[in-house]
Each structure stands twice: as C-alpha cells, then as structure tokens.
Design a protein around this ligand. Structure first.
Ligand code: SAH
Length: 235
C-alpha cells in the first residue's frame, strides 16, 4: 500500500510520536488540509483557515496521536469517535456561519469540531451527554487555548434553550429524524446540519425554516455514531 505524505510522516515517527516538533505537526496539518479537504472541493476560506490552525493532535487520545492527521475518524473512548477531518470541514461549510454568530453543537466528543467552529464564529455552545467526554472536551479546548467555547453536559436532542436562538446548529451524531427542538432553536433562515438515517449510515441534511415551512437539502451519505436521547435513539 502506498502511504501518503501525512501517513509516511506519522508512521516513520511511530515510536517517537511524543517527540514530534510543532513544525512537524503543522506540516502534517497543512498536508491534511490540502489533500483531504481542498482536494475534495472545499474552498470556503473561513473553513480552511480554521482547519489549518486547530491542532487536531491535541484532541485525539495519546495512543492515536501519530495518526491524528490521517483521513479517517478515530476512537476517543466510550464507543465514540472524533470525526474525519473532511466531514468536520464539510459540516462547517454547510453551516455558513460568520464571525458575529453564536453556534450550538450537539456531541462535543473530543471538542475538535467545536474548536474548529470557534475559529469561525463568536461563540460555540457544545453539548455532550457522556460526563467523561464533556470533561475531555473541556480540557482539550482549554489546552488548545480557545476561550469562546462553552461545554454543556446533557441531552442535546432537546437543544439548549437557555441561549437560543442560534445562528447555526450542528449535530455530530446520527439521528433517526430531524430533532424538532433543534429546528425550534435555530434562527429563521439559519441552518441546522444533521446526519439523519438509521443507526449505521445516514444522509447529511441541511434544514432551515422559511416562514412556517421547513426546507431541507441532502448533502451526502455519511456514517456517525448514534444520537442518543429523548429526540434521538433510545440507547
Ligand atoms: N464533535 C465530536 C464528535 C464526537 S462523536 C468531535 O469533534 O470529537 C459524537 C458525540 O455525540 C459523542 O461524544 C456522543 O457521546 C455524543 N452524543 C450522542 N448523543 C448525544 C446527545 N443526545 N446529546 C449530547 N451528546 C450526544
């Protein structure tokens, strides 16, 4: 199998992962953005700027660090994953947010997607249902130095009414249908990005309200861990 530059760089240093220098991580990250994200057609400058700067290797578990910039999702414990870099970038593009916007994410996990979003908007609220992962997201985001992210513990299928409406809502887990409370909490004309389907595969849906109508568009097929909660899957 031919290894691409990122993997070569990572595997060559397998036993020395912790010895990676900052500029080596930065180089792996630039290659990730060029080959996995730009090459697949993402040209939105605010997304590219964000994924070029956020240190993904600080958001993966230490034993996965050497493959932090590889082209796939990675386990983060508790049966959950940090999403593939391309999927993070694609969802961020579909959200269409700007620097004045406040965004809600459901499924903080490692905190990586929230960190990327935090570079593109004013404030990110991110909800996580597993207490240990909420703590992990908090500590990863703190370690990376981002101040405009609030990690909340709870069932995000109900959204987070306290700070609603949001200028965009992104769901990082697969739902059986578009959760109604999230539609209620997204500002008129703004977007809800959510994977909808069965437990094994979904369609990435962009939904928005136009008057009292809900419109939606299908972006692509995708695979996410299940969204578990009152307006999601049972377990
Ligand atoms: N955005 C994350 C991806 C995490 S995977 C990252 O960048 O790492 C999806 C996450 O959604 C998991 O951590 C899972 O525990 C969480 N999740 C699933 N159902 C949820 C719910 N109802 N409310 C909040 N979080 C939920």
């Amino acid at each position: 199998m031919l290894l691409d530059g990122v993997e070569r760089l990572c595997y060559a240093r397998r036993d020395m992962a912790e010895g990676f220098e900052e500029d080596e991580w930065a180089q792996a990250r630039q290659e990730m953005v060029a080959r996995q994200i730009e090459a697949r057609g993402i040209t939105d400058q605010s997304v590219l700027r964000a994924v070029r700067t956020v240190p993904r290797h600080l958001f993966v578990s230490p034993d996965q660090r050497r493959v932090a910039y590889a082209d796939n999702a990675l386990p983060i414990g508790y049966g959950q994953t940090i999403s593939q870099p391309y999927m993070v970038a694609l969802m961020c593009r579909e959200l269409q947010v700007g620097l004045e916007d406040e965004v809600l994410e459901i499924g903080a996990g490692s905190g990586y997607q929230a960190a990327v979003l935090s570079r593109m908007c004013l404030h990110v609220y991110t909800v996580e249902r597993i207490p240990e992962l909420a703590e992990l997201a908090r500590s990863n985001i703190r370690a990376a130095g981002y101040k405009n992210v609030t990690v909340l513990l709870g069932d995000g299928t109900a959204g987070w009414p306290e700070f609603a409406p949001y200028d965009g809502i992104i769901v990082a887990a697969g739902a059986p249908e578009v959760p109604e409370p999230l539609l209620e909490q997204v500002a008129p004309g703004r977007r809800l990005v959510v994977p909808v389907g069965d437990r094994h595969a979904q369609d990435l849906i962009v939904a928005w309200k136009e008057g009292d109508q809900v419109r939606q568009r299908n972006v692509c097929r995708c695979v996410f861990v299940p969204l578990v909660g009152e307006h999601g899957w049972e377990t």
